[in-house]
Structures are given as structure tokens and as C-alpha cells.
Design a protein around this ligand. Structure first.
Ligand code: HEC
Length: 294
């Protein structure tokens, strides 16, 4: 990337960053009610009444960026599965109700039968604009529907998704995934007890502790599957953090190395990425991490 595109990226990031702060504040004030009202809820119940109006209604100046996002959405081929306007089809779900973070996460680390759109295919700047467009389709804020996982009894994907949800401060989504495990996986009493204590931590906003306990639980339940899932998960979170200029990228990777130890073939690549990050070589670190995405 040349310095001009960095500048452009930086300004888009700043704009989107402010949007996130506003959204996070809205989510934080409405989240509690949602949790209470959906205590018995299903995985995908939209949160009635808590929906903020689409961004462009509140900030008309974003209209131009959203229009650019729509053009990129069409050009990148999203409508071939999600239909024009992202209204959904037989093969892919409707997109309204997903926030920007969820879209970015899905592009980098897709769940279900969706190809990844890593930066070499769709630039980060374009991904941000697409995400802004999707967020502006409206729908229930933070609704998070994974058709393929709705009846998935394996706890590992649900735990990964709950960890991602907390990384994006989506408490409600994380709680849904914990409940999915309790309802779908025929858990032992010990597992239920563990999940209940994780749920208490999430409800009390102790996200880091909850994430740590979920990782340990994953490794305990299925060591091999957990290592693969955690490698994908933390390298994605690091890629994402890096793009947002966050210093947490290296700590995600350190965390990952602790979990997978030296037994994973990706460990060397991750160590090299951490060194590159320490040296401020973001582009090279980014390329290293892209290598272990597949
Ligand atoms: C080849 C088909 C295909 C293409 C192309 C595709 N998707 Fe998807 N997408 C899917 C499927 C299938 C799912 C459902 C995955 C699941 O089971 O959760 C999905 C899910 C999603 C989700 C929801 C993920 C979640 O966390 O609930 C988002 C957001 C999304 N896609 C955005 C996009 C965007 C933006 C593009 C274009 C850049 C795109 N998709 C291109 C098939 C596709």
C-alpha cells in the first residue's frame, strides 16, 4: 500500500471508529433489556424494540460511503448468494441486522458455505465500506443468525463464536451461543456447571475471564479440534485488530501461542508474525497471518 491509500484508510477507520463508539454506547444501554427479555429465547430471535434507526438516517453524511459500499457489494459478487440488496436466498441468509464487526469477521473467517474474502481478494478499505452498507440495511441491531450452526451439537464452534462475540463486545450474541450448547449438545452436569459459570461472567461483563475459560474448555473437550479452531480464531482477531491499528494484535497472538503450545505447525509462523509486529512491520506480519488462514 502506498502512503496515500494509508491516509485514506486511516480516515475511513477514524470515521468508522466513531460510528462504532456510538453503536457500542447504544448497544450497551439496550443490551441488558434484551438479555432479560430473551432469557428463554431461541438462537435467532430478533430484538424487538431495541433497534436504532439505520446510520444514514442519523448521520446523512455517511450516505455517500454507503453508496460506495453497495457498489462494492455488487461488484464483489455478494448478491450471487445473498440476492440483490442482501435480502437472502435459498443458499444464503438475509443480511439485514448484522453489524459492521460481524460482517468483517464473516469476510475474514467465514462460517458455513461462504468463501473467505481476505484482503488479497477484497481490500480492507472495500471490506469496511461493504460492512457499512450491510449495517445500513437496518434490521435488529446485533441479530446474529448462523443457519448452519443453529442446530450444531458440537460445542467447539459455539465456543469459538462466543469468544469472537466478546472480542466485539457483543454480550447478547455470546450468551446465545452458550445457551445453544446447553440446549443442543446434551451436556454432562459438569459441562453445564462450567457453562453456567461462564454465563455469569459474561453477564457481569467479565469478558476476558469468560474468554479464557471458554478457551480452556475447548482444549479440554477436544484438544485437536480446539487447536485448529483457536489458531483460525486468534489469527483472524489479530488481523482484524491490526487493521484497526489496535495494539491488541500481538496479545491475541501471544494468547494463541500459549493455547496451542509448540505442537502446532503454525506456531513458527505465528512467532514470526509477533516478531514482525514488535518491529512495526505490519504489512509483513499481515501477510504471515494470511498464510495460516487456509
Ligand atoms: C458462494 C455464496 C456466498 C457469497 C458469494 C457470499 N456469501 Fe455471505 N454467506 C453465505 C452463506 C451460505 C452464509 C451462511 C453461513 C452460516 O451458515 O452461518 C453467509 C453468511 C454471511 C453473513 C452472516 C454471517 C453471520 O455471522 O451470521 C454475512 C454478514 C455475509 N455472509 C456477508 C457477505 C458479503 C458482504 C459477501 C460479499 C463480499 C458475501 N457474504 C458473499 C454465502 C455467500
Amino acid at each position: 500500500m502506498n502512503s496515500r491509500s494509508y491516509l485514506l484508510l486511516a480516515s475511513v477507520t477514524v470515521i468508522l471508529g466513531s460510528i462504532i463508539i456510538v453503536l457500542a454506547a447504544l448497544l450497551a444501554t439496550s443490551g441488558r433489556d434484551n438479555v432479560a427479555s430473551s432469557q428463554t429465547g431461541s438462537t435467532s430471535s430478533p430484538q424487538a424494540g431495541a433497534t436504532p434507526p439505520p446510520l444514514v438516517q442519523r448521520f446523512p453524511e455517511y450516505g455517500q460511503l454507503v453508496a460506495q459500499g453497495k457498489a462494492i457489494f455488487d461488484k464483489a459478487g455478494c448478491p450471487s448468494c445473498h440476492a440483490a440488496g442482501g435480502v437472502g436466498s435459498d443458499t444464503a441468509p438475509a443480511l439485514a441486522g448484522h453489524n459492521r464487526r460481524q460482517v468483517i469477521s464473516q469476510l475474514l473467517n467465514p462460517l458455513g458455505a461462504m468463501p473467505p474474502f481476505i484482503p488479497s481478494k477484497l481490500s480492507r478499505q472495500d471490506a469496511e465500506l461493504v460492512a457499512l452498507y450491510v449495517e445500513n440495511l437496518g434490521g435488529a441491531g446485533g441479530a446474529h443468525i448462523h443457519p448452519a450452526y443453529q442446530y450444531e451439537p458440537d460445542p467447539i464452534p459455539h465456543l469459538s463464536m462466543a469468544i469472537v462475540a466478546l472480542a466485539y463486545n457483543n454480550q447478547l450474541d455470546a450468551l446465545h451461543h452458550i445457551r445453544d450448547i446447553i440446549q443442543l449438545s446434551d451436556p454432562t452436569p459438569e459441562l453445564i456447571q462450567e457453562l453456567n459459570s461462564i454465563q455469569v461472567d459474561i453477564e457481569a461483563s467479565r469478558f476476558v475471564k469468560a474468554q479464557f475459560n471458554m478457551q480452556s474448555l475447548m482444549v479440554m473437550l477436544a484438544p485437536q479440534e480446539a487447536r485448529t479452531a483457536l489458531t483460525k480464531l486468534y489469527s483472524t482477531l489479530a488481523l482484524d485488530a491490526m487493521q484497526n491499528g489496535a495494539i491488541s494484535a500481538a496479545s491475541y497472538l501471544d494468547n494463541l501461542l500459549t493455547q496451542i503450545g509448540g505442537q502446532n505447525g503454525d506456531a513458527d509462523t505465528i512467532r514470526e508474525a509477533v516478531n514482525l509486529l514488535d518491529e512495526g512491520q505490519y504489512d509483513q506480519a499481515y501477510q504471515k497471518l494470511e498464510l495460516i488462514q487456509h
